[in-house]
Structure formats: structure tokens, C-alpha cells
Design a protein around this ligand. Sequence first.
Ligand code: NAP
Length: 314
Amino acid sequence: MLTSRSIARVVGVVLCATAVDALASYPDRRSVLGGVVGLGVVPPANAAVGPAKRLSDGVSFPLVSFGLQIYDDERARKYTLTALECGYRNFFASVLAGNQRGFGRAIRESGIPREDIFVCGSVLSNRARGFDAALRATARGCDENVAALGVGPLDMIMLDYPGPDAESIRGQWQGLEEMKKAGGVRSLAVSNFSPQQLDVVIKDDGKPSVNQLPFGVGYKPETNRRLLEENTKRGVFVQAWSPLRVVGPTAKAECAQVGQAYGKSPQQVALKWILQKGASFTTQTTSKAHFLENIDIFDFTLSDADVARLDAAS
Ligand SMILES: NC(=O)c1ccc[n+]([C@@H]2O[C@H](COP(=O)([O-])OP(=O)(O)OC[C@H]3O[C@@H](n4cnc5c(N)ncnc54)[C@H](OP(=O)(O)O)[C@@H]3O)[C@@H](O)[C@H]2O)c1
């Protein structure tokens, strides 16, 4: 089971104990750049990650995130440094991508103050059945994230998938809560949770701050609408995964047409639509031009008519 001592032990590998003790006063992350030194990671002077959302637990969450895909540690390091250079400050480093070490190395080497970067790790414990087994698997996953990332306490930890039944899900959630109590993380999130599965873990004194879901223009429009409503009603903020990949050819053509009026690419329109729907996204790219393009979406606003047109796209 995860205890203050076990978290402190793992965190202590990479941080001194006083940093763990200091978590009570862990500063809220800033959504704009701080000073940048080291490894030549110098973002353009006007670079910014854009607005952030105040989550239900009070944590500030930048709306634009770089989610690392499955590639090796060295490429994870390289793309993370590029993302930092382009102004990204929110990162989803899924355990499933298998490159948390390379990601963590980039964060440490960048010279950017740790408190200016939002780091979300993830736990895969959905195969464990029953409360105790799910709790143990989740606690182990939490410890492993902290050790692999090597950036000290995390900003967010996310359950990648819900367990097979309500008791298992309660065990998973308990594992996250213990990590938070022990000072290993500030905000607790889930992914691929249905509204019913959210209700299993929502309590008076806490709930998932974020639910990461497949969400995007033209992707199952009815499901999109219903899930967004259900999550918002519960005070759970939606982060879209694969926000570009889920956009099919017809919806992409709609985005392209809409984009002409604003001088924006179909991808920029698709990402902006997500923000205007009241959600956020984690996207990935291996191209610097795309990194810059995907964050350059704060100088235009889709009209209500264009949002409605994209709502109807399929
Ligand atoms: N929780 C879950 O169950 C779950 C499931 C799937 C994915 N995810 C997360 O979601 C994140 C994003 O996933 P994803 O890669 O599937 O989806 P994505 O970000 O929607 O799509 C990425 C693809 O879009 C291309 N792209 C990005 N920006 C572009 C632009 N401006 N113009 C043209 N093409 C562009 C990329 O190619 P280039 O490299 O050429 O730019 C890449 O092929 C991942 O990090 C992953 O961890 C979570």
C-alpha cells in the first residue's frame, strides 16, 4: 500500500526530503513562461501555453498539452525539448508510451523551473480485480511513475482505464488518494471513465479533476455531446485524447472550409473547437512546425455558426 513513507522513499531518489515536505505549499503552476536556460531551450519571447483551467481541486491546468506517443526514450527527450522550446508547459507522459524516463530527462535538462511545467503521469491497473488487488496495483504504479519520471512530486496522476467492476475501481481510486495524501501528486485524474464509473469514485470530499476521453470534431457527435454534458455536470474537466486523429475525412474537410475565413489550418480549427466546447486536449506531433501550429490558436474565435456547423460534422 502507498504510504507517506513509500512515496517519500521513491521521491527521495530524485528529490531531497525537504521538497516532499514542502509540497503543502507547492506553488500553483503558472500558465506562462518563466525564465529559460540550459540546453539552448529558449522559446520565442511571446511564447505562452495559453489559458489554464482552474480544476475542481483548485489546481491550474493549461488547456494545451503535449501527450507523448509510443517511441523510445531518446526521441521522447528530443520531442519534449522541442515542445518546451515551442512554449508547451503541460505534458501527458503515459506509462503506456514506455518513454517516461526520456521525458523526465528532458524536463530536468531543460533548465526551465519545475514549477512552470505541469507533469501528468499515468497508472495502468485496470486488470486487477477486487479492491485490495486494485489498490496494490495502483500504489505500485504510482511509485513507478515517480521513480521513472524523476521530476519529484507530480502535478497529476491519471488512471488510464477503469477496472472491471465498482469495487476494483474504488481500489484504484484509493491508491491515487493515498499518493496525494502522501504528497506525491497534487491532482487526481481518470481516463476512459463512463459517467457511471465516475459516480463510483465521486465523494463529498473529492473527485477526479479530469477525465481524458476520445473527443473531437465529427467523432460520434451524439456521444461527444452527452459525455461532455455528463462530465461537466459532475465538475469533471474533459481532456480530449487523439483530438486530431479522431477527425475523419469529411469532418476534416469541414474544418478546412471553416478555417479559410480565419486563415487557420484544419487542425487549428479542430483544436479550437474543442476549447470552445469547454474542454481541453492532449495532442502529439514529431514536427516542430506542427508543435508551433497547434499552440497558435489563441488569436481567433470561431463564430457560433461555425461551432454549430462543426458540432454537426460527422
Ligand atoms: N487515454 C487513452 O486511452 C488514450 C488513447 C489514445 C491516445 N491517448 C493520448 O493522446 C495523445 C495524442 O494521441 P494521438 O497521437 O493518437 O492523436 P493526435 O494528437 O490527435 O494525432 C497525432 C497525429 O496528428 C498529426 N498532427 C499533429 N499536428 C498536426 C498538424 N498541425 N497538422 C497535420 N498533422 C498533425 C501527427 O503527425 P506529425 O507527427 O506528422 O505531426 C500525428 O500523426 C497521445 O499522447 C496519447 O497518449 C490516450
